[in-house]
Ligand binder design. Structure first.
Ligand SMILES: C[S@@+](CC[C@H](N)C(=O)[O-])C[C@H]1O[C@@H](n2cnc3c(N)ncnc32)[C@H](O)[C@@H]1O
Length: 341
């Protein structure tokens, strides 16, 4: 499968953003800076080079670092927030950072123009005082405000962000818990719908992995069909994983960015996935490639991999290089469901 031309663009952008924000972090930052959503740790590295004491909070795990759904209280004196792509995720990150800062602490927000940083001041002004743009360079923008004196209006815990949405699969309606920034706002995605419709139910008692589980749509549906399944769900987003653990509480839920996040001896009869094919706004097939390459080692003999991907993702050569049998079991105008065993 060809590498996407956009692979690695995210890292370049993060380096540029870090080079713009680092000179803005002055002595008002105090002695312990919380860095939020800095996925490649570019901002943290820059600030450390400048002698600052920094701690990162990531909601998204990578192969290099883990993630947690909410930052720990740890005596922070300031925060720097890397603008996330999703507006709801930004508001969530703002409140999360403010919830672990003292009053009047500075908060810097940085992002590239193409990421929506120009509209960041409005949500910032709902929680921070004195919000202003303090630098614009290299198609990026840095804004700064300070935490409110009395903390009014802050939603201070993860569960303050939970909401319930209806999930309709076929003619069955359930409700489940979602948080800001989760995939498809927790609704049924068309690709997931095609996959669920095409999938043969795993045999009773099977060990099943829902890889890139989001809020648990696939795993929840599988367990509703057959409660004897031994289900594991994995997602890189710690907030999605938290929702999945609430929605599908009988499953084991793991936060991680690849199959390596699972115990080394974890083997499955079936791996099922609607894998991510974007990083930020760029198309990126790295997770899909990695999943297909690593799945055979995680499947028992005769184990099966079910994935749904966009038609233009040329996954077939890679599937054929790793699996004995490969077939398209369903397709529509946009997506294909592949079964490999
Ligand atoms: C296309 S969504 C599918 C969500 C869910 N399975 C569904 O069908 O509604 C992909 C999910 O992959 C997660 N993700 C992103 N990078 C990942 C990675 N490296 N490993 C595992 N999950 C990842 C995202 O957080 C997102 O929840």
């Amino acid at each position: 499968m060809a590498h996407s031309k956009t692979d690695g663009e995210g890292l370049e952008r993060d380096r540029t953003v870090a080079s713009v924000v680092a000179p803005c972090i002055d002595s008002t930052a105090g002695n312990h800076v919380l860095i939020c959503n800095d996925d490649h740790a570019c901002i943290a590295d820059r600030l450390r080079e400048n002698g600052a004491a920094v701690t990162s909070w990531w909601r998204l795990a990578t192969s290099v670092h883990g993630a947690r759904p909410w930052p720990l209280v740890d005596g922070y004196t300031a925060a720097v927030i890397r603008l996330p792509r999703d507006k709801g995720a930004f508001e969530f990150a703002l409140h999360a950072a403010c919830s672990v800062l003292p009053p009047s602490a500075p908060v810097w927000v940085v992002g590239a123009n193409g990421e929506g940083i120009k509209s960041a001041s409005r949500p910032m002004s709902t929680v921070l005082e004195g919000v202003e743009t303090i630098d614009t360079r290299k198609h990026c923008r840095v804004l700064r405000g300070t935490t409110p004196i009395d903390g009014t209006g802050l939603r201070k815990t993860l569960m303050d962000w939970a909401s319930e949405v209806a999930l309709d699969i076929g003619d069955v309606r359930t409700t489940h818990t979602v948080f800001p920034g989760v995939f498809a706002k927790g609704r049924l995605d068309p690709a997931t719908a095609l996959l669920l419709d095409a999938m043969e139910p795993p045999t009773a008692g099977s060990k099943v992995l829902d890889y890139a589980c989001g809020v648990g749509v696939i795993g929840g549906w599988l367990l509703r069909q057959d409660s004897t399944l031994d289900l594991t769900q994995l997602d890189a987003d710690a907030v999605s994983a938290k929702a999945a653990s609430i929605n599908v509480h009988r499953a084991t839920t793991v936060v991680g960015a690849s199959l390596s996040a699972l115990p080394p001896d974890a083997l499955f009869d079936c791996i099922v996935s609607n894998p991510p094919i974007h990083v930020g706004t760029s198309r990126d097939y790295a997770v899909l490639r990695n999943l297909v390459a690593m799945s055979p080692k995680r499947l028992k003999p005769k184990g099966r991999l079910w994935i749904v991907v966009q038609r233009q993702a040329h996954v077939e050569p890679l599937l054929r290089s790793r699996f004995g049998r490969v077939a398209v079991v369903a397709e529509d105008r946009r997506f294909r469901v592949w079964l490999a065993s």
